[in-house]
Ligand binder design. Structure first.
Ligand SMILES: *Cc1c(COP(=O)(O)O)cnc(C)c1O
Length: 419
């Protein structure tokens, strides 16, 4: 909480004093974000405070973050193509590997073309702002974005930025996965003469681990002439039989207009994001995306590692299967211990605890028992819905998961979460 009124900041010195106060009150309110260093590589098991801990907090779904093939691809990429390009794409920052990766992404998702960005956050901001701030030859127009209320911060900020740049854009955040509400709004809005309508959703939601109802969204989008935008950051590699994400899992592959995603989760976990879709749209974004135009190109070692990650996914789905097996095992066993989880199929397994204090204590005690898992509480999730978010990986062995389950049982009993 800011306790000082804006008037009380009269100098730069006052400003720093207010910032310091803000941070110490965050510490007191337990909203302070402590960073616990990982003393080595990211993996199924990591080192923390000199001790080993099973990692249940990373987005390293396929265990590619330090897979030998990925490291080798990055290393040989470094040797062959260098470390950095010291340029944005359009000046002198495009190598054949950048174009290859874009083609690979498009092909993998069954789209026509793709555009790389330095992150998915940047890609999402770029998409809405570029598309909806352009007249496209029209003088008078009004656009609208229907966005799931639990969408990732980058979509929310993308919509915000877009509404500043493109004042003619309406924002209609719909309650999480509430198709009936969205349907009603789309019907109401049919006569309002909107130029572009966008329905924006995460494919997989990061706090819940649930999937967007893409089949219904595809139908609604097509019925109401809306563009369907799906952010597959948590889905790529993690759902669908071959890791092609939510559209594959829900049988609507090739029917989503625009897909965005990250290279920073299942696909090697380093950095980079993309948008894939129709060629006209991607070409337009190459002209108009400001983060693409004014921010550096993705470094060659990352591009080569990402190419290898796609190659691995296309060779066979063994890592995706392993991830699924691990996920099913953990979901079944943690329930057997008496914990309440949000049901689903995704490697994000929210273990529901209710009160923030319990989530805090439990994550602290679990680390003592060699399990690294993070708690989420208000305001990140609704009040009274504090939880631990366990994230399963193909890098885990059944032994690793058993160690976690034993620790959950001990700590859960000690804190009275289970009996
Ligand atoms: C992680 C995530 C992002 C951000 O990806 P970066 O490449 O790290 O910027 C965007 N959207 C969703 C849904 C995410 O889960």
């Amino acid at each position: 909480m800011v306790t000082s009124t804006p008037e009380s900041i009269k100098s730069v010195k006052d400003l720093y004093a207010a910032l310091g106060k803000e941070v110490s009150s965050a510490k007191q309110n337990k909203t302070y974000k402590y960073e616990v260093p990982i003393e080595g590589e990211q993996n199924g098991v990591v080192t923390v405070g000199g001790k080993s801990a099973v990692m249940l907090a990373s987005n390293n779904y396929l265990g590619l973050a330090n897979h030998p093939r990925i490291k080798e691809a990055a290393k040989s990429g470094l040797e062959r193509w260098g470390f950095g390009m010291a340029s944005v794409r359009f000046l002198c920052g495009t190598q054949p590997i950048h174009t290859q990766l874009e083609q690979k992404i498009a092909e993998f998702f069954g789209c026509e073309d793709a555009i790389l960005h330095s992150s998915c956050f940047a890609a999402n901001e770029a998409f809405f702002t570029a598309l909806l701030s352009h007249g496209l030859g029209q003088q008078d127009y009004k656009d609208v974005i229907y966005s799931d209320q639990l969408n990732h911060a980058s979509i929310i900020d993308g919509v915000r930025l877009c509404r500043i740049v493109a004042k003619s854009t309406d924002s209609r955040p719909y309650p999480h996965n509430q198709i009936a509400t969205l349907k009603q709004w789309l019907e109401e809005d049919d006569g309002k003469g909107y130029r572009i309508k966008v329905i924006a959703t995460d494919g997989v939601f990061s706090m819940e681990g649930d999937l967007a109802p893409l089949k219904e969204l595809v139908d609604l989008a097509s019925k109401h002439n809306a563009l369907l935008f799906v952010d597959e950051s948590h889905a790529t590699g993690a759902v669908g039989e071959t890791g092609r994400g939510t559209p594959e899992a829900l049988g609507v592959q090739g029917k989503v207009d625009v897909i965005s995603g990250t290279l920073g989760k299942a696909l090697g976990g380093a950095a980079g994001g993309f948008i894939t879709g129709k060629q006209e749209l991607i070409e337009f974004l190459r002209q108009k995306s400001r983060p693409y135009t004014f921010s550096n190109t993705v470094p060659p070692p990352i591009v080569c590692a990402a190419l290898e990650a796609f190659k691995m996914l296309e060779e066979d789905n063994s890592l995706v299967l392993k991830l699924n097996e691990n996920t099913q095992y953990f979901r079944k066993e943690i329930k057997r211990l008496g914990f309440t989880i949000l049901e689903g199929v995704h490697p994000i397994v929210p273990v529901m605890l209710g009160e923030a204090a319990i989530a805090m204590d439990m994550s602290r005690d679990l680390l003592e028992h060699g399990v690294y898992v993070k708690g989420l509480w208000y305001p990140v999730v609704p009040q009274g819905e504090a939880r631990l978010r366990a994230q399963i990986s193909a890098a885990h062995s059944i032994n690793d998961l058993d160690l976690c389950l034993t620790a959950f049982e001990k700590v859960g009993k000690k804190l009275g979460v289970i009996s």
